[in-house]
Design a binder for this molecule. Structure first.
Ligand SMILES: NC(=O)c1ccc[n+]([C@@H]2O[C@H](COP(=O)([O-])OP(=O)(O)OC[C@H]3O[C@@H](n4cnc5c(N)ncnc54)[C@H](OP(=O)(O)O)[C@@H]3O)[C@@H](O)[C@H]2O)c1
Length: 326
């Protein structure tokens, strides 16, 4: 089978398309014929050596496809089943790690990394759903507390995580605020945001305060190094600030007293720690089947274009997600 993998860390061009033998599924695994693989910023960070993974490494965590072989205890899955999922713990040593990435014609993955694909959802959308939807779900449903008709602020509402979080918050009945660039204002409103603020405006904080005088109940921030003090200042009493993103610059909180005074919770988290992830994926599957969440696909790439997809996910501005169709 053809795979996109690298033997050394570095720039996107370390990725090569190679021919290797597919792995036979172990008892708790299935082998999936990959119809599409989602591209995430963390795929590019891994390639740069951020997690010091064992090499060579097949890139990619998010996938959708058709089951073509089942291990002894493949559980509920049978050959021919359409599934999607994510393998977040690539080359993590020990029994909880994932054996293979998914930028490949086939991927052998544990059954607790996937769920059934709803009939109405295209492979490409489901392939792009895993990490971003899991992140939005964890922030809004598990870690943060959004009171009935509460207000949520999603930073980067046009991005991979952001566009799902906006839709999920809207489906939960929240008053949804988002930040985005002006070019993406309308589409973020279509995702379900009631108010969209240009993240570059100098009076961003006072604009948000005016729009929500009682404060924001739940904030999801992928650029905490930029927004940390704003988040604290606009948070409601008992507000939750959920922090993701790879903050290379350390956040500089200049006034923690305001956070203390409002009992604000600041909660960093990593979806890669969701293990197992099948229950969360089943919730996402239900929301996609109901049409409450759709994944916007900005561009598709071939396996041979995986390096270009890595460059784009790190450098380009686009709405939604990039996918590889092997
Ligand atoms: N901890 C976790 O579990 C977890 C999970 C998933 C992702 N992440 C991380 O979260 C970050 C976002 O991931 P993603 O997949 O959503 O990335 P993405 O698809 O590249 O989206 C990034 C978004 O940020 C927007 N943006 C740029 N500058 C901004 C600013 N100053 N304020 C607000 N928004 C701004 C971009 O808008 P424009 O294009 O219009 O500039 C874009 O919509 C990445 O660092 C990723 O590694 C972490």
């Amino acid at each position: 089978m053809r795979v996109a993998r690298y033997h050394e860390f570095g720039a996107p061009d370390v990725i090569e398309v190679e021919e290797i033998e597919p792995l036979e599924p172990r008892s708790d695994e299935v082998r999936v014929s990959v119809e599409a693989a989602g591209v995430n910023p963390c795929d590019a960070l891994r390639r740069q050596g951020l997690w010091d993974d064992e090499l060579p490494l097949i890139s990619g965590s998010d996938f959708a496809g058709v089951v073509e072989a089942v291990g002894d205890s493949g559980g509920e899955y049978a050959v021919g089943d359409e599934v999607f999922g994510t393998v977040p713990r690539l080359n993590v040593s020990g029994s909880r790690g994932d054996r293979q990435g998914v930028y490949a014609e086939r991927a052998t993955v544990r059954t607790d990394r996937l769920t059934s694909l709803p009939e109405s959802v295209p492979f490409a959308e489901a392939a792009a759903a895993g990490i971003v939807s899991g992140t939005a779900w964890r922030a809004l449903q598990e870690l943060g507390e959004l009171p009935p008709r509460g207000t949520a602020l999603i930073h980067g509402g046009s991005g991979g995580v952001g566009h799902v979080a906006v839709q999920l918050a809207a489906a939960m009945g929240a008053n949804v605020f988002a930040t985005a660039s002006p070019a993406n204002r309308e589409i973020v409103r279509e995702f379900g945001a009631d108010r969209v603020f240009d993240y570059r405006r100098e009076d961003l904080e006072s604009a948000i305060e005016q729009a929500a005088p009682d404060g924001i109940d739940l904030l999801l921030d992928h650029m905490f190094e930029t927004h940390c003090q704003l988040d604290i200042n606009v948070a409601a009493k008992d507000g939750d600030v959920l922090v993701i993103g790879n903050n290379y610059d350390q956040p500089q909180i200049t006034d923690l007293t305001t956070a203390i005074g409002k009992d604000v919770t600041i909660q960093p988290f990593d979806t890669l720690n969701l293990d197992p992830i099948d229950d969360t994926l089943a919730q996402i599957s239900r929301l996609m089947a109901a049409g409450d969440i759709t994944i916007e696909i900005a561009r598709k790439y071939t396996l041979a274009e995986a390096a270009e997809a890595h460059r784009a996910v790190s450098e380009d501005s686009f709405v939604g997600k990039l996918v590889i169709v092997p």
